[in-house]
Design a binder for this molecule. Sequence first.
Ligand code: MN
Length: 293
Amino acid sequence: MTDTTITPSRPVTRVFTAPRASDGDGVELRRAFPGNALMDLDPFLLLDQMGPMQVAPGEARGFPPHPHRGFETVTYLLSGEMQHRDSWGNHGLLGPGDVQWMTAGSGLVHSELPGDGLVRDGGKLLGFQLWINLPRKDKMIAPRYQDTAAARIPVARNAEGTVSAKVIAGSAMGVQGVIETRIPILYLHLTLQPGAEFDQPIPATHNAFAYVVEGEASFSGRTAGASQVVLFGRGGESVSIRNAGAAPLSVLLIAGEPLGEPVARYGPFVMNTRTELMQAVEDFQAGKMGVLE
Ligand code: MN
């Protein structure tokens, strides 16, 4: 038997279904973490799938004003519209395929609400929000937005055309993403045709997981279906994915370099110490993160 693999692919340590949840103004979610199955995966603090939710005209729900400090939120929409507005005067409209990479840094108050079009006409909301922790030295940097339209997200494809990767961060198949990250992060939205296989190099020291959006996947021989989270262990420098179903497979593959720093977390604030956390609450209440009407 010949093996052309240079290093073994990383083993799967756990597969679990992201539980249903609700947040904001009644947005139906699947919260991959934090939860009973997984609290966090350094440097990742949270992954929500928003929807899929069919919203009737005039009924769209979202996230009314709330603060953030100490980390980044990455919003990636697949369907629907989301309107963003913050206490420093920034605003933007996200549509299908668009990404908003928001570095909350020292703090802001923002709202994430359905776009006017979705409210007026109704429609389907489906998207993801990932929270990435900031290293201690970056927690109090000025807030920054990288609003990246779908057309600017590079797409990598294999030679056969059976695998495509939207490169939100990091690189795949030689294609580099355009969004700047504070620490090394890989964020791919992969589509595999039935039977297609794909190997993604990931440094052995990085934490890595996958989230199956649609279809049936096999990761190093372990199967996972829609709404399932797949955790990868150490012991290899790549992750191996195969479409084990009869329909296209849609999966998010996310990895990052762990910070290895203490995490003090309270709702929308994520700092290193309890004192910093109390300061964050105080600063928010004193209006130091701005005010959003
Ligand atoms: Mn938010």
